[in-house]
Design a protein around this ligand. Structure first.
Ligand SMILES: NC(=O)c1ccc[n+]([C@@H]2O[C@H](COP(=O)([O-])OP(=O)(O)OC[C@H]3O[C@@H](n4cnc5c(N)ncnc54)[C@H](O)[C@@H]3O)[C@@H](O)[C@H]2O)c1
Length: 249
C-alpha cells in the first residue's frame, strides 16, 4: 500500500459507516487525517470510530437528504476538529429495480433526495468554510450508471448523472479558490449496497466489466484518498474512472 499524506488534515465522509465510505475513513485515518463519519447507522459508526487509533474521530448521525441536519453536522465537526479540509460524499442508496414506466414515484424521489440532493446539501454547506480557509478537497461518488444509464436503475442513473454535472459546475466555480472538486465513477463494487439490487442486475453489471470481476472498496478508497491530498493539485471538475475498463471516458 502506498503512503498517502493527509497529516494534519480533517475529513468528512458521508456514508462512512459502510462499504466505500468506511474503507475511505480507514485509509484517510492511516494517512494521518482526523476523520468524521457521517451516517444514519449509529452502531456501525461507533464500532468503526472505536477501532481507529492515532487520529481524532468524530461521528454524526445525519440524514444527508435533510439540509438542517447537514448544517448541524458540519458545525459539530468544525467544533470537534477546528476545520474541515476534505469532504467525501459516499452516502447513497440504489433504489429498486424497475422499468421507468413502472418506477414508483416515491422511490424515485428517495433516490434523488439521498444521492443528488444530499450531495448538493453537503457541498453547499462545506464550500464557504473551505473558501475562507483557501483550501479544500471534495470528492463526490457518482457511478458508471451516471455515465451510461443502466436499465431498471433510472432513478439511480439520473441522480448519479446529476452528481457528475454538479461536480463539474462547482469545480469550475471554485477553480481559483484552492478548493478542488472531483467525482469518481465506480462500476460494481463488492459492498453491502449490492443487497439492495437484484442478482440479475449484478450479473448484468459484472458482464460489462472487461476485468471480469467486481471492484473492492479499498481500491476505491485509494483513489478517493489521493484525490483528497494536497498532491492532487491540477485536477478539478473532473471525473475519475474506477470501472475495470468499462467506462473509458
Ligand atoms: N458498491 C457499488 O457497486 C457502487 C458502484 C457505484 C457507485 N457506488 C456509490 O458509492 C457510494 C457508497 O456505496 P457503498 O457501495 O459503499 O454502499 P453501502 O450501502 O455499503 O454504504 C452506504 C452508506 O450510506 C449510508 N446512507 C444511506 N442513506 C443515507 C442518508 N440519507 N444519510 C446518511 N447516510 C446514508 C448508509 O447507512 C451506508 O452506511 C454510494 O453513493 C453508491 O451509490 C457504489
Amino acid at each position: 500500500m502506498n503512503k498517502l499524506d493527509m497529516q494534519g488534515r480533517s475529513a468528512v465522509v458521508t456514508g462512512g459507516a459502510s462499504g466505500i465510505g468506511e474503507a475511505t475513513i480507514r485509509r484517510m485515518a492511516e494517512s494521518g487525517a482526523n476523520v468524521a463519519i457521517w451516517d444514519m447507522n449509529e452502531e456501525a459508526m461507533a464500532n468503526i470510530a472505536g477501532s481507529i487509533k492515532g487520529v481524532k474521530t468524530h461521528t454524526c448521525k445525519v440524514d444527508v437528504s435533510k439540509l438542517d441536519q447537514v448544517e448541524a453536522a458540519f458545525k459539530s465537526t468544525v467544533d470537534a476538529f477546528g476545520k474541515v479540509d476534505a469532504l467525501v460524499n459516499s452516502a447513497g442508496v440504489a433504489g429498486v429495480n424497475a422499468m421507468v414506466w413502472e418506477y414508483p414515484a416515491d422511490e424515485w424521489q428517495r433516490v434523488m433526495d439521498v444521492c443528488l440532493n444530499g450531495t448538493f446539501y453537503t457541498c453547499r454547506t462545506a464550500t464557504p468554510h473551505m473558501m475562507e480557509n483557501g483550501y479544500g478537497r471534495i470528492v463526490n461518488i457518482s457511478s458508471v450508471a451516471g455515465k451510461e444509464g443502466n436499465p431498471t436503475a433510472s432513478a439511480y442513473s439520473a441522480a448519479k448523472a446529476g452528481v457528475i454535472a454538479l461536480t463539474r459546475s462547482l469545480g469550475k466555480e471554485l477553480a481559483t479558490k484552492g478548493v478542488l472538486v472531483n467525482a469518481v465513477t465506480p462500476t460494481t463494487v463488492n459492498t453491502p449496497i449490492l443487497a439492495q439490487v437484484s442478482q440479475q442486475h449484478i450479473d448484468y453489471m459484472k458482464s460489462k466489466i472487461p476485468m471480469g470481476r467486481l471492484g473492492e472498496a479499498e481500491e476505491l478508497a485509494a483513489m478517493i484518498t489521493w484525490l483528497c491530498t494536497e498532491e492532487c493539485s491540477f485536477s478539478t471538475a473532473a471525473v475519475f474512472d474506477a470501472s475495470g475498463g468499462r467506462t473509458t471516458y
